[in-house]
Each structure stands twice: as structure tokens, then as C-alpha cells.
Write a protein that binds this ligand. Structure first.
Ligand SMILES: Cc1cc2nc3c(=O)[nH]c(=O)nc-3n(C[C@H](O)[C@H](O)[C@H](O)COP(=O)(O)O)c2cc1C
Length: 310
């Protein structure tokens, strides 16, 4: 038997494989293909205070080694999630993570308060429907001309502080690779009381339709994910792991157990898997099995033996 358990704050994961936000819905569709209880965890689609319809026009574009997306955070809103998805999440025996986004400070704060109150209420009579919040600070700041909160450390600090004050739920802050000072941003999250950090979100990127002579996306730029970003994401995860002492969820282009092991050797406590879910519908199950098989082959009893060895 190999020990694949991981911990972030008070939350225990049975293994390091967590499905990344926006690539797994709330898990229901994938439950047709394998037992979701095999997973370390699931991060649900990013939620905003009010439901959002998402962006007009093309939303995804396949690239040589990955994909571009401009989904625009289409989601049912926090109340829609609580009503429609929590009964399903309540039955799952895996770590359930609410990914929280927002367009302004008050949205983030109110969202965190609602999640806090609902979790306290559900605790009173039954198992809570979610275990932690992943705070997505890559959202555009609507009131400040659309620049993402996650670019400047001091702007992001306001969001992290408000959300930390609004909830006692374990809190992971998800960093954008487009941040001006990535390690400074990570250090700020630790200072403000985050229980962990997840990175990376997508890289700002572009695709031009040369016949129409314009970007294929209505918002001009889109987010790049998948194998194309893996070497850069790995370097960023390594740098952040060397900077902070709170646990890190590493992601960016993971598509095999070997990729996941690289992130753990770079220092990640857990990994997250996004785009690969579109390549293999059983990606989560395959990675969980692949990591255990690698550990058995190499005589590794616990992930602690290899975590952060680089
Ligand atoms: C279609 C799509 C939608 C996404 N939606 C979200 C989201 O709602 N919230 C979020 O924090 N990240 C979102 N992401 C980013 C992923 O969670 C992940 O950080 C990124 O894709 C890098 O990992 P990967 O290369 O394994 O996909 C999305 C990514 C994709 C491809």
C-alpha cells in the first residue's frame, strides 16, 4: 500500500488529483464515466454572486498543444449552485471545492458570506456540501476598467483580505500567471491568512483569423491552457513553493501521472487537472491509478518522500 494522502489546512485529500475549475462542471457529467469518489477532489465551475451567461461568439480554440478559452465565467450564480448542485456534492466522498470569482470587491465579499452562512447551516443538520473555497482573483475588476484583480499584488490583497474576513472555511487563493510579481503575490496570500495557493490559471493569449483580419474571440484575448503551458507552469509552481510555507496546488498542462509527479517534486502538495479532461473523459481515474503505480514501481511509500525534492 502506498500513502497518497495530502493536506491543505484542515482538509485531508485521499490523493493529490483534483479536477480543475471550469473543466469538470460540478462533476455530474463525468460521474457517468467513473466513480468520482476515487478523486482527491473537485473544484467546481467558477461562481459569481449573480448568474452569468458568459461571452458571445467563439469560446474555445484548439492550439498546437493546448487550447484557448474565452468562456466568460458562464455559471448559475452562487444561489443557483446552492440549490441545484449541492445535493449531488453532499453525496460525494471527495474534497469539494467552491471556486469563487467576482467583478467587484462587494461581489467577492457577499459571495463569501453566503457560502460561509450556508456551510454553517448545513453543518448543523447534515454533512456540509463543500469543504473549501478556491478564490479566483483572475477576474476583471469591472469598476477599474477591467484589469484583472490578480495582476497587481496590492489590488489582489484587498480581495483576499475581505474574503478571509468573511469566511472561516479553508481558503486557497488561485493565482494568475499574468501577475506582475508572482512570488510577491503568493507571499501576500500567506500574510493575509490563506490556507493554500493554487496556480496557474490560464495565460493571456491570442488567435487571429487572417481572412477576417480580426481576433477569433470577441474579447480579443483568451486564456491558454494544456500541455503548451506545462514547462512554464512547473517553473512558476517551483518558485512559489520556494517562497511560501503554506501548501500549493500545482497545475498547468498536466496530462499524465508523470506530469503530476513533476509538480509534486517541484513542491506541490496536490495537483489539479484541467484541459486533459477534454482529451480523456477518464483523466482523473487514470491519473490516480498512474500515480500509485509509479510509487509502487519506484518503491515510494509516501508522497512526502519526493515532495519538493527539486
Ligand atoms: C474551458 C476552461 C474554463 C475554465 N474556467 C475556470 C474558472 O471558472 N475558474 C478558474 O479559476 N479557472 C478556470 N479555468 C482554468 C483552469 O482551472 C486551469 O487553471 C487552467 O486551465 C490550467 O490548467 P490545465 O492546463 O490543466 O487546463 C478554466 C480553464 C478552461 C480550459
Amino acid at each position: 500500500m502506498v500513502d497518497t494522502t495530502c493536506r491543505i489546512g484542515s482538509v485531508l485529500f485521499k490523493n493529490p488529483v483534483v479536477m480543475a475549475s471550469g473543466t469538470f462542471g460540478f462533476g455530474r457529467e463525468y460521474a457517468k464515466f467513473y466513480d468520482l469518489n476515487k478523486l482527491g477532489g473537485i473544484s467546481g465551475k467558477g461562481l459569481t454572486l449573480k448568474a452569468k451567461e458568459g461571452n458571445e461568439g467563439l469560446r474555445v480554440w484548439e492550439t498546437a498543444a493546448g487550447m484557448l478559452n474565452s468562456v466568460g465565467l458562464e455559471n448559475p450564480g452562487i444561489m443557483g449552485f446552492l440549490e441545484e448542485e449541492t445535493p449531488f456534492w453532499q453525496q460525494l466522498d471527495t474534497v469539494r471545492i467552491v471556486n469563487l470569482g467576482g467583478g467587484c470587491l462587494s461581489d467577492y465579499e457577499e459571495g463569501a458570506e453566503i457560502l460561509e452562512n450556508f456551510s454553517v447551516r448545513s453543518l448543523a443538520d447534515e454533512r456540509p456540501a463543500y469543504d473549501m473555497i478556491e478564490l479566483n482573483i483572475s477576474c476583471p475588476n469591472v469598476k477599474e476598467g477591467g484589469m484583472a484583480y490578480g495582476i497587481r499584488t496590492e489590488t489582489a490583497r484587498e480581495v483576499v483580505r475581505l474574503v478571509r474576513e468573511a469566511t472561516s472555511l479553508p481558503l486557497v487563493v488561485k493565482l494568475s500567471p499574468n501577475a506582475e510579481d508572482l512570488t510577491g503575490m503568493a507571499a501576500m496570500c500567506e500574510e493575509e491568512g490563506a490556507d493554500g495557493i493554487s496556480l496557474v490559471n490560464t495565460f493571456s493569449a491570442m488567435k487571429i483569423d487572417i481572412h477576417k483580419r480580426r481576433s477569433v474571440f470577441q474579447n480579443l484575448y483568451a486564456g491558454l491552457s494544456g500541455p503548451a503551458i506545462k514547462p512554464i507552469a512547473l517553473r512558476m509552481v517551483h518558485q512559489v513553493c520556494k517562497t511560501v510555507s503554506i501548501p500549493v496546488m500545482g497545475m498547468g498542462g498536466i496530462s499524465s501521472a508523470e506530469d503530476a509527479i513533476e509538480f509534486i517534486m517541484a513542491g506541490a502538495e496536490t495537483v489539479q487537472v484541467g484541459t486533459h479532461n477534454f482529451v480523456s473523459l477518464r483523466a482523473g481515474e487514470e491519473l490516480v491509478e498512474g500515480i500509485s503505480a509509479f510509487m509502487r514501481q519506484e518503491g515510494i511509500k509516501s508522497l512526502q518522500e519526493i515532495r519538493g525534492i527539486i
